[in-house]
Design a protein around this ligand. Structure first.
Ligand code: ATP
Length: 636
C-alpha cells in the first residue's frame, strides 16, 4: 500500500500517551463513549450535508462495534461523513491532539476532578490501545479511503486503504492490561451505560443494543404515565414506582431537557448522595450531579440532559458557575410549578403525596428565598378540622385525605377567631399531647398536626417570615376559653382550694423546677393533672436535643397543671383537709396518703407525655405499691 504521508503530530509534549494514560482517567472506559459520540456526530454531519446537497445520503445511521479476540482489536465503525486526507490531517493530527493537550493542561490545574471528562475525544482511544488505526472515506468527495495509523508516539502515517462505503472505522489494538474490552459483556454494559439514549443505533456484533429515543426529548403531552414510570424503573431498578415527575424542557437561555422524579421516600431521604443522571446531548456523563440542582432537591432522581453544563471543569468551579446556578434556579422553579399545578388540579392526590413532598418543600423554603416564595401557598399541615366538601370550583380547604385532612396556613387563618390573635395551635404528637389536644378540640379549636424533626426548625422559620404569626403547641399553655371563670371561695383559714392544693403538691413533689398551677378546666373529660411546657422553653429544649442528636425528653423545668374540678382532685383536697398531725411520726397516715396521691397525679401526668424515663420507672413502681398498700389499709 502506498504511504501517502508520514509526519510528526503537532504537539509540544514529547509523548503525551503515557501522561494521559496515568493521569487523566481513573476509569479508562469512557474511551467508548468518546468514540461512539464521534460516530454519532459524523452521522448527523452527513445528514446535514446531504440535506444541503453536499454529499451522498446514507442509509439509516448506525454504529457497529466489532471484537476480534485473536487480533485483540475493537473496531468502532460508523456510516457518517468520513474524512478526506486533508481532513484527517486537520482534525485528527491537529485538532484532536491539540485539544488533548489543552485538556491535560486544564486537568493538571483542577485538583478535585473533572466532572464529565469531555474534551479529550478521539485521543482517549490511546488510554486502552497501544496502536490506533483509523480507516475513513469521505461522503463528500470522490477521494479514496485512507488509513491513518499511530502507535501513541507523536509519529503517524497515512496510507491508501480499502473501504467501499463512506464512513469511518476506528480500530483499537488493545494493550495487554486493557483486554477486558474484548469481552462482549463488558462492551455491552458500556454501551448501555453511556450510549443507551444516543440518537443513533449502536450495534455490538450486529445486534442492536441501545434504546435510543429518550423520553425526555419527546413532547410531554404525548407521553403516558406508564412510559414515565417505565423509564424510572429502567433507570432505577427495584426502587418501586415514582411518586410523581416533572418534565423539563427549555431552549433559552440554555438548552436543557430532562425528567425529574420524586421517589416514594420510605424512611429518610438521602440529602447527600445525589442520584440525578447528567447527560449531554443524550450521551451519559455522570450519575450524580450534586452541583447542578439545589441541595434540597438532591433526593430527586431522573435525568438532566444539557449541552450547556460545562463538563471539563472541576466540581467546585461548576458550583460557582453562573449559568449552572441559573439552571439550578430553573429546575427549582419547574418543581414548584409542577407542585402548584398538582395542588390545583388534583388536590386529593397532592394531599396524599404531601408527606413525601413536605421535606423538599420545607427544607427548600428554608434554604432558598426564591423557592420559598414559589411554594408559599403549597405548604400543607394536617389539621383536626373536618375536611371540606365544597370546592367552589377551586381547591377545597381542608383537603380530605382518607381519615385525615390537610389545610394551608391561609386556610387555617381564615377559620381563626379574632380572639385567637393569629395564634396558631399545633400538636407534634397526638399521643403524648392527647390531653391538651382534646381540651382544645372539645372547645372547638382547630389544631395543626406537625412533624417533629423538620417542623422544629420550620415553624420558627415561618414565624420569622410572617411577624404576625405565633405558633403555640397545644400543651404550652391553656387560655381562658378552656378554664371556668367562676370565682373561688375561701375556707375558714381564708385559703382557696387552689392555694391548699398548690401547697400540697409542692410539698409532695419537693422540686423547685416544677411550677404548679391550679385551674378549674372546662369539660368532663379534662384530666386531673397535666404537664405544660411553655413554648419558648420547650423549643430551646428541642434545639438542644437536635444538636445532641437525641430525642427531646421532658425539660427539667415544666409546669404541672392541676385541675381542681376533677373528682379525683376534689377527693384529694377533702382527704387533705381531714388529715390530723400525729406527733410521734410527724405525719398522719392520711396526710401521707394525700401526699402519695398528689405525687401519683404528677407521675400520671408525666406518663401521659412520655416523660418518665426508663430509670424512673422503678421508683414509680415502688411508690405505686406503697400507695396501693395505704389505700388497702383504709379500705379494711
Ligand atoms: N468517526 C468520525 N468521523 C468523522 N470525523 C471524525 C470522527 N472522529 C473524529 N472526527 C473528526 O475529528 C475531530 C476531532 O475529534 P475529537 O473527538 O478529538 O474532538 P471533538 O469530537 O471535536 O470534540 P470532543 O472533545 O467533544 O470529543 C472531530 O471534530 C471530527 O471532525
Amino acid at each position: 500500500m502506498t504511504v501517502l504521508e508520514e509526519g510528526q503530530i503537532q504537539i509540544h509534549t514529547e509523548n503525551i500517551f503515557p501522561i494521559i494514560k496515568k493521569a487523566v482517567y481513573s476509569g479508562h472506559e469512557v474511551f467508548l463513549r468518546e468514540l461512539v459520540s464521534n460516530g454519532v456526530d459524523a452521522i448527523s454531519k452527513r445528514r446535514m450535508a446531504a440535506i444541503a446537497g453536499d454529499c451522498t445520503e446514507a442509509e439509516e445511521g448506525v454504529i457497529d462495534i466489532k471484537i476480534d479476540r485473536e487480533a485483540k482489536t475493537l473496531t468502532i465503525s460508523d456510516n457518517g461523513i468520513g474524512m478526506t486526507t486533508d481532513e484527517v490531517k486537520k482534525y485528527i493530527n491537529q485538532v484532536a491532539f491539540s485539544s488533548a493537550e489543552d485538556f491535560l493542561e486544564k486537568y493538571k490545574q483542577e485538583s478535585d476532578g473533572i466532572i464529565g471528562h469531555f474534551g479529550l475525544g478521539f485521543y482517549s482511544s490511546f488510554m486502552v490501545s497501544k496502536h490506533v488505526e483509523l480507516v475513513t472515506k469521505s461522503a463528500c468527495s470522490e477521494s479514496k479511503a485512507i488509513r491513518w495509523s499511530c502507535d501513541g508516539s507523536p509519529r503517524f502515517n497515512i496510507q491508501e486503504a480499502e473501504r467501499n462505503e463512506a464512513g469511518t472505522d476506528v480500530i483499537l489494538h488493545l494493550m495487554d492490561e486493557e483486554l477486558e474490552y474484548i469481552e462482549p459483556s463488558r462492551i455491552r454494559t458500556l454501551i448501555t451505560k453511556y450510549c443507551d439514549f444516543m440518537p443513533v443505533e449502536v450495534k455490538l456484533e450486529g445486534e442492536s443494543i441501545n434504546k435510543r429515543n429518550p423520553l425526555w426529548r419527546r413532547n410531554p403531552r404525548e407521553i403516558t404515565d406508564q412510559e414515565y414510570i417505565e423509564l424510572y424503573n429502567y433507570l432505577y431498578p427495584f426502587q418501586g414506582d415514582p411518586l410523581l415527575w416533572v418534565h423539563l424542557n427549555t431552549d433559552y437561555p440554555y438548552n436543557l431537557q430532562g425528567i425529574l422524579y420524586f421517589p416514594r421516600i420510605g424512611g429518610r431521604a438521602d440529602w447527600e448522595k445525589g442520584e440525578i443522571k447528567l447527560y449531554c446531548n443524550q450521551v451519559f456523563v455522570s450519575d450524580s450531579i450534586k452541583e447542578v440542582v439545589p441541595h434540597y432537591l438532591l433526593p430527586l432522581r431522573g435525568v438532566i440532559d444539557s449541552p450547556d453544563i460545562p463538563l471539563n471543569v472541576s466540581r467546585s468551579a461548576l458550583q460557582t458557575d453562573r449559568r449552572v446556578r441559573s439552571i439550578g434556579n430553573f429546575v427549582a422553579k419547574k418543581v414548584a410549578d409542577r407542585l402548584r399545578g398538582l395542588k390545583a388540579e388534583q388536590p386529593l392526590f397532592y394531599a396524599e403525596a404531601w408527606d413525601a413532598l413536605a421535606p423538599f418543600v420545607k427544607i427548600g423554603s428554608m434554604e432558598d428565598e426564591k423557592f420559598a416564595d414559589q411554594v408559599a401557598d403549597l405548604i400543607l399541615f394536617g389539621t383536626t378540622a373536618l375536611a371540606s366538601k365544597e370546592t367552589d370550583g377551586g381547591t377545597p380547604d381542608p383537603i380530605p385525605c382518607g381519615e385525615k385532612a390537610f389545610t394551608t396556613l391561609s386556610g387555617y387563618k381564615s377559620r381563626l377567631s379574632t380572639e385567637a390573635n393569629n395564634r396558631i395551635l399545633y400538636c407534634t404528637d397526638e399521643v403524648a399531647q392527647a390531653s391538651a389536644l382534646s381540651l382544645w378540640t372539645s372547645q372547638g379549636a382547630e389544631i395543626l398536626k406537625t412533624e417533629t424533626f423538620i417542623d422544629s426548625q420550620f415553624l420558627p422559620w415561618l414565624e420569622a417570615r410572617h411577624d404576625d404569626l405565633r405558633f403555640q403547641r397545644v400543651d404550652a399553655e391553656l387560655d381562658d376559653t378552656l378554664k371556668e371563670d367562676k370565682p373561688e371561695l375561701t375556707d375558714q383559714e381564708g385559703e382557696t382550694k387552689s392555694e391548699s392544693l398548690r401547697t400540697l403538691m409542692k410539698q409532695s413533689l419537693n422540686n423547685d423546677k416544677v411550677t404548679i398551677q391550679v385551674q378549674a378546666l372546662k369539660g368532663d373529660n379534662a384530666p386531673p393533672a397535666m404537664i405544660l411546657l411553655p413554648e419558648q422553653m420547650r423549643r430551646m429544649n428541642d434545639i438542644g436535643a437536635l444538636m445532641d442528636q437525641r430525642l427531646p425528653g421532658l425539660p427539667e423545668h415544666h409546669v404541672l397543671l392541676v385541675n381542681r374540678r376533677h373528682p379525683l382532685v376534689e377527693g384529694l383536697l377533702k382527704l387533705k383537709s381531714g388529715s390530723v398531725l400525729v406527733s410521734t411520726s410527724g405525719v398522719s397516715p392520711t396526710e401521707s396518703l394525700a401526699q402519695g396521691l398528689a405525687r401519683h397525679l404528677y407521675d400520671m401526668a408525666r406518663l401521659g407525655v412520655g416523660g418518665l424515663e426508663p430509670n424512673e420507672l422503678a421508683g414509680f413502681q415502688s411508690r405505686s405499691a406503697v400507695l396501693m398498700g395505704q389505700l388497702m389499709d383504709r379500705a379494711f
